[in-house]
Design a protein around this ligand. Structure first.
Ligand code: CA
Length: 229
């Protein structure tokens, strides 16, 4: 199923352009010209992501973002703020309203799609189906096939999820707890040691193509997936 994206933008021309681009990229756009319309939509449809304009009549996008992040029903929906100027973006950074990303107008559809994809990958990996490829290691979410330098790699379900997470978030360091929350899911009770066991299994599986060195231990912190040794 393609991801549903709610666009909250008061300028009809920009709204039109955004929803057109989103449809072209294979997403299901939902349109709101105001905060009130957005609330009406949210009472019946839960989007996978919200594109929220900074400048809206009445309530500002920033206030609305804060509100959405404080409501139990909407707090987990990622938000990308659309801002007109880079100063707004700076202000936004300082405000820490809980937006997941920001994009400054004017932006190209390509740039917007890249941001959307990155945010969705972090929040709901199952809604993004594009194959991932890093340093000749490929993972196809549609078929669950993984290969390294063309050699098929067999992974168990948890190792697959772990690799998917790493390939979606390369170069960052994650603690065991963060990995447990992101890969196993919060609320699931497993010991930290489980992470170490799965990491070892993943490394073993990746040895066939020599990609095991990409799964790196960061001493005292956790793990990182990196192309740099
Ligand atoms: Ca506006």
């Amino acid at each position: 199923m393609s991801a549903r994206i709610l666009v909250v933008e008061d300028e009809p021309a920009i709204q039109e352009l955004l929803t057109f681009n989103l449809s072209q990229a294979g997403y299901q756009p939902l349109r709101a010209l105001s905060v009130e319309q957005a609330d009406t939509i949210l009472s019946t449809h839960m989007p996978d992501l919200i594109l929220l304009d900074w400048m809206l009549p009445g309530q500002s996008g920033i206030d609305y973002a804060k509100q959405l992040k404080s409501r139990a029903s909407t707090k987990d929906i990622p938000i990308i703020m659309l801002t007109a100027r880079s100063e707004e973006m700076d202000k936004l950074r300082g405000l820490e309203v809980g937006a997941d990303d920001y994009i400054t107008k004017p932006f190209s559809p390509r740039e917007l799609n890249a941001r959307i994809k990155a945010v969705l990958r972090r929040s709901s990996p199952q809604s993004v189906h594009e194959p991932l490829e890093i340093a000749e290691l490929s993972l196809d979410p549609r078929t669950h096939r993984v290969s390294g330098k063309g050699i098929p790699i067999t992974l168990g379900p948890m190792e697959y999820k772990l690799l998917f997470f790493f390939m979606s978030n390369p170069e960052r360091v994650y603690t065991r707890e963060q990995l447990l929350n992101s890969v196993w899911g919060s609320g699931v009770y497993v010991e930290d040691r489980t992470v170490d066991v799965q990491i070892r299994r993943l490394r073993n599986a990746l040895q066939v193509s020599g990609h095991d060195a990409m799964v790196q231990t960061v001493r005292g912190t956790g793990y990182r997936f990196s192309t740099l040794v």
